[in-house]
Design a protein around this ligand. Structure first.
Ligand code: NAD
Ligand code: ZN
Length: 248
């Protein structure tokens, strides 16, 4: 079966690069973007670009209100995050490049050196004009107290430290991710449609070097045709089983 084939292909690998998306966190109660219950089935992504956020107080109010409803701040790691930590502790990983903004890989116990957050974090917020930063929870307290379009003392707009559509990628994180892709001896994408660029180039950079490339996902991804193995299923079920099979 596919799990055994996957374990066979990864058997000798000890620099596996994980590439994770919103699907590793749905079992922690955070909706993904493009899954059947995804956020984009309810709102239009073009309304939430950086440019729109800067231009419109109304967009900012709606964006903070959505954050107040979001489960990201209270979510806890699930068996998928914990399985990745076990793989790291077993000395089999080069690191985990994530598109997620929920910090659940860190909360699960993966050290900073093993994590590349390509799209930033929702747990911190910053001023768009100066270097001021705060825990997002502090800003949410202001929002719930009636300050629905919070600004910095310098007058700048405050935004979560996530990378929005229309916003440049963080250079240092992109470099770290490319370096992992250049040095890994296998790559594994989990819980991502692999449709958000430039992030989705990262596993492709590894694949192009000829190392084994696997995908674990519920539903189709844009890179299925490139994968050496593909396992259809929930990350919180498949990853623990795969990590178990690899340690056998
Ligand atoms: P996506 O929404 O495009 O794709 C998620 C994929 O995971 C879908 O194919 C879905 O069917 C699948 N999936 C859902 N639950 C799964 C599970 N339990 N096991 C395996 N697969 C599962 O997500 P993406 O590719 O990460 O792109 C979305 C963008 O949105 C990212 O750039 C990310 O920054 C952001 N985002 C982050 C979070 C988060 O931090 N948790 C949540 C939503 C969106
Ligand atoms: Zn400021």
């Amino acid at each position: 079966m596919e799990l055994e084939r996957a374990a066979e292909m990864l058997r000798g690998a000890n620099k596996i690069m994980l590439f994770t998306g919103a699907g590793v966190s749905t079992e922690s109660g955070i909706p993904d973007f493009r899954g059947p219950e995804g956020v984009w089935t309810k709102v239009d992504p073009s309304e939430f670009t950086l440019q729109q956020f800067v231009a419109s107080a109304d967009t900012r109010r709606r964006s903070w209100a959505m954050r107040a409803d979001s489960t990201v701040m209270e979510a806890k790691p699930n068996p998928a995050h914990l399985a990745i930590v076990r793989l790291w502790q077993a000395g089999r990983m080069i690191g985990c490049v994530t598109q997620n903004i929920d910090e659940l890989h860190r909360q699960a116990g993966l050290p900073d050196e093993a994590i590349v957050e390509l799209h930033g974090t929702a747990l911190r917020a910053g001023c768009l004009d100066c270097d001021n930063e705060w825990p997002t929870a502090e800003i949410m307290t202001r929002v719930s107290g009636g300050d629905d379009d919070p600004h910095c003392e310098c007058g700048g707009i405050i935004k979560a430290l996530t990378i929005s559509f229309g916003q440049p990628m963080p250079r240092h994180e992109m470099e770290r991710a490319s370096e992992m892709a250049a040095r890994c001896d296998a790559a594994l994408s989990v819980g991502s449609t692999l449709s958000v660029y430039p992030a989705a180039y990262i596993p492709l950079e590894a694949k192009e070097r000829g190392v084994p490339y696997g995908i674990i996902n519920v539903g189709h991804t844009d890179q299925d045709h490139l994968a050496d193995f593909r396992i259809e299923g929930k990350a919180g079920v498949v990853l623990p089983a795969l990590v178990e099979a690899l340690s056998a």
